[in-house]
Design a protein around this ligand. Structure first.
Ligand code: XIL
Length: 667
């Protein structure tokens, strides 16, 4: 590689021209060539002679924006060499003069190609030696004429077959000379201008694949043979969306290892017409990538577009239905692609926004709603989708906001998404992948636990869960059917947009014990879903309801006895009755009774020959709050004989938590 980037002298000359240009547009961003020159990069365009000669805005834009030009057709064989001994340099001279007057470098395109050859050549009957002589004469004359003025020549163009990368054996040059025509062409060009950079130029030579490998193998062979070759031109005629990838970088690097530079020589990114704003934004990413690539790869010398205004592009004439492939529109207005190149050239590298974080995917019916956190400096985001984890992803939207709902999806299919952040300097890497499976909008119910035992006079609860799918948002209202007589079912809340409700089932004391199935129904959004709850109403009471009964003999003597029932409760008591029975042993008779609760307790007693019975009863409708000490005392007098208290008994019946309990014992 002799001269990969612009020389310092060129930078100074162009910088002065650039400064003069900037003075009139002080507030505007700089033209492409200004920042490109400052970074040692060529940014060029192919020139169409018709507007070049006829549209002032065409030449104004060309000289303002580019520090390099290439003739779209003006240097081709049929243009400059119309008869065996006739050369016509009218157009090529005009381009060289224009470039020199405007401080622009020139790429010469192209010397040896199978297309755009004059019929005197292709139809002539020449020996192999004569064809070699014609080729040499052509190269010596054309390259020699511009010796010292052309930065780089596309010496040989498209010598390999599409797809396979094998030699293009149908080429006039291959047919008439043989494969060695390529090396010869480079030798002749070097002879004619030893300082010009000599390129092999082709399409689909940019990334990975058979064609790129064919180009690599061809130029490797030339380098190994000592043929004077300096670079490989990547035409880069692409279809939107196009992005530079690591394959392009790897390809540039293997060419660098051969000592070769690369240039993007004929870039355009065509769009199926009519194009829309999103497609133009995607296209901008491709152009921005090309600039980023060329600034990043040390052996990349130039980014050249094949034309610059959509008004004059070869695309519509060759690719039916496509167009809008360049960086200025039909009216010479800068497109997003231009702005992307400009911003990256001005800002340099490393200014792509950070990777988006916090990406969340919520499945709906036939859709997935995505949200993410804003990335500083992002002007838009690319939402990319795949149906296999890890990709390959397709960009489905490029919203300017941090949310996007992807509609039109298939329920039951799992989709994988990543999001990247974009600004004019470039695009971040992809976010962490999220996935979601769209489902029809609906809900299901489930009971936990699904079976419930409720004692007579008591209540039990279960949680009814609501599982929503497909973004079902309606409020669900609950009812229960199938409750047996005396059993009530209530819900809290009775309707909800939340994930659950609590079902409380209470059996009155008079309910019929036995089994039943409650059918819990939830109705919402014109849908009704049910879930069963198996119910058992039981007469079994277990435990003591948190009530402790302690018999205490407070006084025991020949003349006086006091026996107490002490009641401690941890919950409200809604009914309470205490009965103490003292044996009528010799001389024993009623002597009094009291309690520590007060007036809510009705007291009474009665005596028979066998026993004295003391009654204490809570008045109906009264409630006793929890307490650890309540005393119900039964007093008896004696006649000198010690009373055997162990034969005296008590019974306490109470209701707490809707359940009734009875505890009995003796003193
Ligand atoms: C194209 C020109 O743009 C057209 O005007 C012309 O009619 C045909 O050639 N690869 C090349 C270029 O190397 O020379 C071609 O240019 C486009 C494809």
């Amino acid at each position: 590689m002799r001269n990969a980037r612009l020389g310092l002298g060129f930078v100074i000359v162009v910088a002065i021209c650039g400064l003069l240009g900037i003075a009139a547009r002080a507030a505007l961003a700089a033209p492409l060539r200004t920042s490109a020159t400052a970074k040692g990069l060529f940014v060029g365009a192919a020139v169409n002679m018709t507007p070049f000669r006829n549209e002032p805005i065409y030449t104004e834009t060309l000289r303002r924006e580019f520090n390099l030009l290439v003739g779209e057709n003006a240097f081709k064989f049929d243009a400059v060499h119309p008869a065996r001994t006739t050369f016509n340099f009218t157009d090529s001279d005009a381009l060289v003069a224009f470039a020199q007057a405007n401080g622009m470098a020139i790429r010469g395109h192209t010397l040896v190609w199978h297309n755009q050859l004059p019929s005197w050549l292709t139809g002539g009957t020449f020996t192999r030696d004569e064809v070699i002589a014609i080729m040499r004469d052509h190269i010596m004359t054309v390259v020699g004429r511009y010796r010292g003025k052309i930065l780089a020549w596309d010496v040989v163009n498209e010598a390999l077959e599409d797809g396979s990368g094998q030699p293009r054996t149908s080429s006039f040059w291959f047919q008439r000379i043989g494969p060695e025509y390529i090396a010869m062409a480079f030798q002749f060009a070097h002879e004619a201008d030893p300082d010009a950079l000599l390129y092999y130029n082709d399409f689909e030579a940019e990334g990975a694949g058979a064609k790129s490998d064919g180009v690599f193998s061809l130029v490797s062979g030339l380098v190994n043979q000592g043929v004077p070759i300096d670079g490989v031109g990547w035409q880069t005629h692409k279809v939107n969306p196009f992005r530079i990838t690591t394959a392009n970088q790897a390809n540039a690097q293997r060419l660098a290892a051969l000592g070769l530079e690369v240039s993007i020589t004929e870039m355009d990114i065509r769009i199926a017409l009519p194009s829309d704003a999103q497609e133009l934004q995607q296209q901008a990413l491709g152009y921005g990538d090309a600039v980023t690539f060329c600034l990043t790869e040390p052996n990349c010398a130039a980014v050249v577009t094949w034309g610059f205004t959509d008004k004059f592009s070869w695309i519509p004439g060759v690719f039916s239905g496509f167009g809008d492939g360049l960086i200025f529109d039909m009216s010479y207005q800068a497109k997003p692609a231009y702005t992307a190149m400009q911003t990256i050239l001005e800002a340099g590298l490393g200014n792509a926004p950070p990777v988006p974080t916090g990406v969340q995917a919520t499945a709906g019916s036939g859709q997935v709603a995505l949200t993410w956190s804003a990335s500083a400096g992002a002007t838009s985001y690319n939402v990319k989708r795949a149906t296999t984890s890890g990709g390959p992803y397709t960009t489905v939207a490029s919203p300017a906001t941090t949310a996007f709902t992807n509609t039109g999806l298939t329920n039951g299919t799992t989709y994988f998404f990543v999001v990247s952040a974009v600004n004019a300097s470039g695009e971040s890497a992809n976010s962490t992948q999220v996935s979601a499976t769209p489902q029809a909008a609906s809900f299901t119910l489930s009971a936990s636990p699904a079976s419930l035992t409720v004692n007579l006079g008591a209540c039990g609860t279960t949680t009814i869960g609501i599982a929503r799918t497909g973004g079902f948002t309606a409020s669900v209202a609950f009812t229960a059917q199938g409750a047996p007589p005396g059993v009530t079912a209530t819900f809290n809340p009775s309707s909800t947009t939340g994930a659950s409700t609590v079902l409380t089932v209470c059996a009155s004391a008079s309910a019929v014990a036995g089994g039943a199935t409650l059918t819990v129904s939830g109705a919402g959004g014109s849908l009704t879903r049910t879930t069963p709850v198996a119910l058992t109403v039981s007469t079994t009471t277990t435990g003591n309801g948190g009530v402790t009964i302690t018999p205490v003999v407070a006084a025991s003597g020949p003349w006086f006895n006091e026996e107490q029932v002490q009641v401690a409760s941890t919950a409200n008591l809604t009914a309470l009755s205490v009965t103490v029975t003292i044996q009528r042993t010799a001389g024993v008779s009623f002597a009094g009774q009291f309690n520590t609760v007060g007036g809510q307790i009705a007291q009474s007693n009665s005596s028979t020959a066998a026993a004295i019975t003391y009654q204490f009863a809570l008045a109906a409708g009264q409630t006793l709050a929890p307490s650890n000490q309540r005393t119900f005392a039964a007093q008896a007098s004696g006649s000198g004989t010690v009373h055997p208290t162990a034969g005296d008994t008590f019974a306490v019946t109470y209701t707490t938590g809707g359940q009734s309990f009875t505890q009995t014992g003796h003193f």
